[in-house]
Design a protein around this ligand. Sequence first.
Ligand code: NAP
Ligand code: G3H
Length: 500
Amino acid sequence: MTEINDALKIKEGSEYKYYINGEWKKSSSGNVIEIKNPYNNEVVGSVQACTIQEVDQMIHVANDNYECWEQISIKERANVLRKTANIMLEWADTLGYLLMREIGKPLNSAISEIKRTAEIFNATADSASQMIGETMRGDILDESARDKISMTYRVPLGVVLCIGPFNYPFNLTGSKIAPALLAGNSVVMKPSTQGSITALHFGVILEKAGVPNGVFNAITGYGSEIGDHLSSHPLIDMISFTGSSETGKHIAKSAGMKPLLLELGGKDAAIVLDDASLELTVNAIVKGAFSYSGQRCTAVKRVLPMPQIANHLIERVTEQVLQLSVGDPAKNKSIGPLISSKQCDYVQELIDDALEKGAKIICGNKRKGNLMWPTILDNVSLEMRVAWEEPFGPVLPFIRVKSVQEAIDISNKSEYGLQGMIFTENIDLAFNIAQELQVGTVQINGQSSRGPDHFPFLGTKSSGLGTQGVKYAIEAMSRPKVVVMNLSEKGKLVRECEVR
Ligand code: NAP
Ligand code: G3H
């Protein structure tokens, strides 16, 4: 594996430091947080439990340095992003291995997460033209305003706070950092505590790629302890957050009038019509529900099959699920550990509640440590918690429906509105159902998913606020600046023209 240059700066023994103004430091709190591998409980390392004062210092540093970054040309900022992408690709195996140990993601997926982040950095650099504006003359709306010309261009917002979740600690902080930097902002990154060791490497990579000191900074510590101070700080100009709906709503309250981009939870439903292609549907559902053990906002979290296809579908899905291997993420087993034993307890609670209320267990319902076997529940009814709550684990409820309208109603009754799926050969009908679903994105004959990363990605209701995706994020992290030229009579050319 490639040696990560400068690794010695970032840590002492297994203790990682935080990154401020180009320096790696230990917290004055003297406290660290141990990060343990969720599969085998081995200590991966520890990170600093930073103090409120250190949060404050960091935000001031970011604020002091954003103007120097803004003055660098957009072209040069894009070049720095491309260099960043190259370093990530060079270090992908090493970082992926670290990520696998930190969050229990299968090794190949962990390496893909690093490579996908490099792709986002390159795509963001390629989208530098999003930073353009427009010119207008006043007489479009007001004939007496012919001598007014407005020129609009985009400027950065200032200091962008990037907070990411545990399930994509590198990618879902990277997808915020890249547009923030391209648009000319400085960044304070607060990664998820579980996953923060890998995310801290942004400090090494961005510095090596040429980001000036103080423009990118990374703080660690529990969100419950430093989060409010970060999000409510008056020198934070924008917050881009991915995580649970509960935390997102909390941040929205403490942030006040700051612009927000929130990507939150989901309860994506797959509506399967009687004429759906069975093979395609089964593959999409199994992959969609169980990759990274269901710990994805876009996981397929409930299936609503119509009467004639339900039995075949459940049978075929079960056959495939029984083939999924369970175990060590280092060995690329399909199902790995959940992030914590608390999360396993929660998933078990949802299964137990469903069984008590009459659901039928088709497979799974087995646990060893943080490993939970993929579980299929049939005959799930609307009184059961698993019909509505997001397990973030390998549990798939089947809610049998009798009509398309019933499926639409159950989909829309959710507090979430991230994505929806329709499986059918009848594309006209699919299109009409898509119009009815109250979600950010509807997938026709495919599993719910965020990418490709230049697509708009958004949620309605408790699933989010604002739109992610390369060009949308650049737009969200910059604002129009308008200069109006009021032309005077003095230099006016006199032309004689006859109006007929
Ligand atoms: P989480 O518990 O909400 O944590 C997300 C981030 O918020 C972490 O960095 C956490 O730090 C931080 N945090 C916690 N309390 C905070 C506070 N008061 N102020 C500021 N930050 C705070 O979510 P998670 O467990 O990491 O991720 C799982 C959830 O995220 C699921 O609901 C999933 O659906 C959602 N998700 C959504 C998307 C999407 O794009 N829609 C993508 C991925 C995940 P600590 O780690 O230190 O607690
Ligand atoms: O967990 C939420 C992510 O945004 C999902 O991304 O669909 O590419 O796995 P993904």
